[in-house]
Write a protein that binds this ligand. Sequence first.
Ligand code: HEM
Length: 126
Amino acid sequence: MLADKITKDNIETMVMNFYRRVLKDDLVGPYFIEELGDDMDNKYWQPHLKRLVDFWESVVQGDTSYKRNPFTPHMMMEDLNLEVFERWLKLFFETVDEVYEPQIADRFKERSNTIAGNFMRNLGLV
Ligand code: HEM
């Protein structure tokens, strides 16, 4: 059943489903495998997943547990390009559509699109 409200539990589900999808993707997957490995249970993935749950809670719920700069790790990745961002967004949109009712999925899509746009501008890709 699609969720009609945002909770920490369904953000956790969404984040896990997103990265399962990412790891299977030939274009976006390798960036994560290089940083964190290919096993989401390992000691590198665990803090990343927790961080991303905090991040999305802060973006969509105004929660304050995420206090880092989300752009920093992307600055270090030299070969990010538009195609990778577009794929990332496609995978993210597919994931939120699987978890949330359209009205809520749209909120995540709108925010991710804006943030991805900022990242791309900061990286000089657009
Ligand atoms: C081109 C697409 C992208 C790729 C390949 C990518 C890849 C990565 C990688 C490899 C990390 C580092 C993992 C770690 O050490 O924790 C990371 C961190 C992160 N990414 Fe992305 N990312 C992309 C786009 C985005 C977008 C569009 C967003 C937000 C809408 C986002 C949000 C974040 C956040 C919040 C972190 C954790 C930052 C921190 O607190 O250290 N990423 N990303």
